[in-house]
Design a protein around this ligand. Structure first.
Ligand SMILES: Nc1nc2c(c(=O)[nH]1)N[C@H]1C(S)=C(S)[C@@H](COP(=O)(O)O)O[C@H]1N2
Ligand SMILES: [Mo]
Length: 561
């Protein structure tokens, strides 16, 4: 007989953490190599679909707070990365809990059988549940379904078995003796040193995790973003419609035409859906006389192509935030689409659903009254990037992004409006864009000498959805509002670049901005957060001016002039 030394659940937690890291690396490698599901992201997406809207929004808000406070870069990319890290942490935490539970359960057994059945059963159950969740939300796995199920179950079963093996070794780690049956001699079996054993397990886990994840990253390229990184836009500067406008933006103002790689991205999945352009069809159903089913090529061929420069903003964009960008959209008129499908008399709204099951309702009479509403298949003169909704998305002027599905897979004509994805999570029903303005730059490092005076260029953007901008004003240290100059916008649907040349004074100053829309209505000055109707309020920037002394005697840069 040998004495059992039951390992604590804390040891189980440690083993769970180590083995789940290895499992994560293995899942990642299989995902990258063979298009098998990456369970940590699926689990995260599944849970976030279930969370109540306010909690979800609270979480996103705190994340944006942290990103802004610590200056972690462009908000939407940083938020997505934070989300992915959280997904990994949550999955490993779950593995820790499940393994601790396994240790606890095995400790309750009377006998000391060196069986692996409990761990195997635990792994199978864990894997089956994870596979069920994955099947609900996974948008990126491309392997055959049977292969997906087989792999996930196998991987988790192996995980459970490994938990069990380690448990057994730990439980039997006391020095024990055994009688050799043939000779009757007593043999002392070497005791297992638990600490040494755990160090070895830890080392092996670390190596496997690093090797698996490293290989995955090496062969990678799946997971959405693609490998080609181009910073330049395809649309050449010379083709921008306002190229001849004399007003130069104040140095430090954000680019008027957002480089495509810098366009913000917001959606509900850890990874964007992967749609195959050969298989994809736009499915039209419901109250129409002509329920077509169209390939991408048919969309190109059937409808006249239109182009528009468009600024898109997320309703979660804070005053002065970066969840707003401008690019060139190409596609076809939603009105032309209606003419093809022939809505029936009782059709009231279009239910538009994305491949991620994000849905929104668009009123039929809105489309009939606004020829600018479009279905877009290109941004910046190239097919939509996967993360921006390939192959098809909709544009609705004057609405925030939450009303405008990407990755459209189906359009159903229905007889009543209903709440879409974010509306059900208590965001604005109509999501009409608020007029806002932002000070991007107080260019203290680009002060200009103008006759006797020094001039400080100040500038930024103003945006009113489709309402256009008629005037922008600046106030310095709470003084009178002064008119800024406006650059001709790229279109009536984009933001406007403004500039205010301020006569230099020494000291500390606060520059505030406000804008009027096309109907000469002043923007809301009330400071209000993003939820539920989008942020409003006056944006400002503080700056300390250099001394006149340093302006007149600039420090010699270098001799090579
Ligand atoms: N299918 C789908 N469409 C979607 C979303 C989404 O999560 N899924 N997010 C919406 C939101 S909230 C915004 S702000 C815009 C952002 O578009 P972009 O990521 O291409 O900039 O897409 C909208 N369309
Ligand atoms: Mo959004």
């Amino acid at each position: 007989m040998n004495a059992l030394r039951r390992p604590t659940i804390w040891l189980g937690a440690l083993v769970g953490g180590l083995l789940t890291s290895v499992l994560t690396a293995a899942l990642y490698l299989a995902d990258q190599v063979a298009g098998l599901p990456f369970i940590p992201f699926d689990l995260f997406d599944f849970v976030s679909r279930l969370l109540p809207g306010p909690l979800l929004t609270f979480g996103i808000d705190r994340m944006v707070d942290i990103i802004t406070a610590f200056n972690l870069g462009e908000t939407s990319a940083a938020a997505k990365n934070a989300e992915l890290l959280m997904a990994l942490a949550a999955f490993i935490a779950l593995g820790i809990v499940v393994a601790a539970f396994g240790f606890g359960t095995m400790n309750r057994r009377e006998t000391a059988a060196r069986s692996i059945t409990p761990g195997l059963a635990l792994g199978l159950a864990f894997g089956a549940i994870m596979m069920l969740l994955s099947a609900q939300v996974n948008l990126t796995a491309t392997a055959p379904e049977l292969a997906q199920v087989g792999w996930v179950i196998l991987a988790f079963a192996a995980w459970g078995t490994a938990v069990n093996w380690i448990y057994n070794d730990l439980a039997h780690s006391e020095a024990k003796t055994k009688t050799d049956e043939s000779t009757g001699e007593t043999i002392v079996i070497e005791p297992l040193d638990r600490r040494q054993f755990m160090v070895r397990i830890g080392g092996a886990s670390a190596v496997l995790t690093v090797v698996g994840a490293g290989l995955g990253a090496l062969v990678g390229g799946r997971g959405g973003e693609g490998k080609v990184v181009s910073t330049a836009s395809v649309v050449p500067e010379g083709e921008l419609p306002n190229i001849n406008d004399d007003l130069t933006p104040a140095p430090g103002t954000r680019p008027e035409y957002t480089p495509l790689d810098e366009h913000y991205r917001i959606d509900i999945s850890a990874r964007p859906p992967v749609l195959d352009s050969n298989e994809w069809r736009l499915e039209v159903s419901g109250l129409v006389d002509n329920p077509v089913n169209l390939s991408l090529q048919e969309l190109y061929d059937k409808f006249d192509r239109i182009d528009r420069f468009i600024t898109l903003s997320c309703i979660s964009n804070r005053i002065g935030g970066t969840l707003i960008s401008t690019t060139k959209w190409s596609g076809f008129r939603a009105q032309d689409f209606l003419a093809l499908v022939q809505p029936q008399a009782d059709a009231v709204a279009l239910k538009i659903t994305g491949a991620d099951n994000f849905d929104e309702y668009v009123m039929l009479d809105l489309i009939e009254s606004d020829e600018r509403i479009m279905f877009a298949y290109e941004w910046d003169d190239q097919p939509l990037k996967q993360k921006h909704g390939f192959p098809l998305r909709i544009y609705i002027p004057d609405r925030y992004g939450m009303k405008q599905p990407k990755w459209i897979k189906s359009i159903e004509f229905v007889d009543a409006w209903a709440e879409g994805y974010w509306v059900r999570r208590s965001w604005s029903k109509d999501a009409i864009v608020n007029t806002t303005s932002v000070v991007d730059a107080v260019a203290t490092n680009a002060i200009i000498k103008d006759d006797e005076d020094y001039i400080v260029p100040i500038g930024g953007i103003a945006y009113a959805g489709a309402k256009q901008i008629s005037r922008v004003e600046v106030s310095v240290n709470g003084g009178e509002w002064q008119a800024a100059q406006l650059r001709q916008p790229l279109s009536e649907l984009t933001w406007v670049i403004w500039r205010y040349d301020w006569r230099f004074q020494e000291g500390d100053f606060k520059f505030e901005v406000r804008a009027y829309d096309g109907a000469d209505d002043l923007q809301s000055l009330e400071s209000r957060g993003t939820r539920p109707d989008g942020a409003t309020g006056v944006h400002s920037k503080r700056a300390t001016m250099p001394t006149l002394e340093t302006l007149e005697n600039p420090p010699a840069d270098d001799a090579s002039e």
